[in-house]
Write a protein that binds this ligand. Structure first.
Ligand code: UDP
Length: 238
């Protein structure tokens, strides 16, 4: 299994990945490290777009299970992704990477509106584009937003940064017999209910033949490794 190196990618970060051990909010050290790693690949000429989740601040489904109206809760979740997006923009610009945030929900004082062709132009100019506010619709996730935006901008791959180094047959922390899959098909993921992305996001990638690589974001240097074709993590494709 050899992998190409990529020139236009969409990197999906969960909200939790910004929180670190504290489990909530944004850890300044972590966001600074991620920004520096992104800078390294942008310096290589890679065009990089980002989608960041909001789970470190607010999750719609969790709030609605406690009685809140689901759509209202989901809008709150989307606003949480904007908080993360603005924090990441700040960290990236401090690292010297020009960055634009585009929001799927209009908030012109803080971010550009999502305009596909403008996003592509930013990428061509070497700017990182952060797509905030998910898809702009309740009942979706930021994984689905990542799949949708990746296809819209003709990204070659979705890179999903997580806390584990790929997809396993079972939870490796609980089951010592768990094995890591270096490669999977979309159908494997859907049929076995593997924790890669939710079913909507996975189906969207399958229908449009967009590969997904799940890799360990917590090991420094992995963003560059995965983009330059090193065989880390798990690749999901046709
Ligand atoms: N959300 C939504 N529509 C979208 C994307 C996100 O309603 O298109 C809401 C949803 O409530 C979700 C929250 O935003 O729980 C945060 O996103 P997500 O759970 O995907 O973040 P992650 O788990 O990646 O941190």
């Amino acid at each position: 299994m050899s992998r190409p190196s990529f020139t236009r990618v969409l990197l999906k970060l969960s909200g939790e990945s910004l929180a670190g051990a504290q489990g909530y909010g944004i850890n300044p050290q972590i966001i600074t490290t991620i920004a520096q790693e992104i800078r390294e690949v942008v310096d290589l000429g890679v065009q990089l777009a980002l989608v960041i989740g909001g789970g470190n601040i607010f999750r719609g489904l969790a709030a609605s299970s406690k009685g809140m109206d689901r759509a209202s809760a989901d809008y709150m979740g989307m606003l949480a992704t904007m908080i993360n997006s603005l924090a990441m923009q700040d960290a990236l610009e401090k690292a010297g990477v020009p960055t634009r945030v585009q929001s799927a929900i209009a908030m012109q004082e803080v971010a550009e509106p999502y305009i596909r062709r403008r996003a592509m132009r930013h990428l061509e100019k070497g700017r990182v584009v952060i797509f905030g506010a998910g898809t702009g619709n309740p009942y979706f996730t930021t994984d689905t937003a990542a799949s949708l935006r990746a296809m819209e901008i003709n990204a070659q791959v979705i890179l999903k940064g997580t806390k584990v180094d790929g997809v396993y047959s079972a939870d490796p922390k609980k089951d010592p017999a768990a094995v890591k899959f270096p490669e999977l098909t979309y159908i494997d993921v859907l049929n076995r209910g593997l924790q890669v992305m939710d079913a909507t996001a996975t189906s969207l990638c399958m229908d449009n033949k967009l590969p997904i690589i799940i890799f360990d974001l917590t090991t420094e240097g992995n963003i560059k490794k995965v983009i330059t074709g090193e065989e880390i993590g798990t690749i999901v494709q046709g």
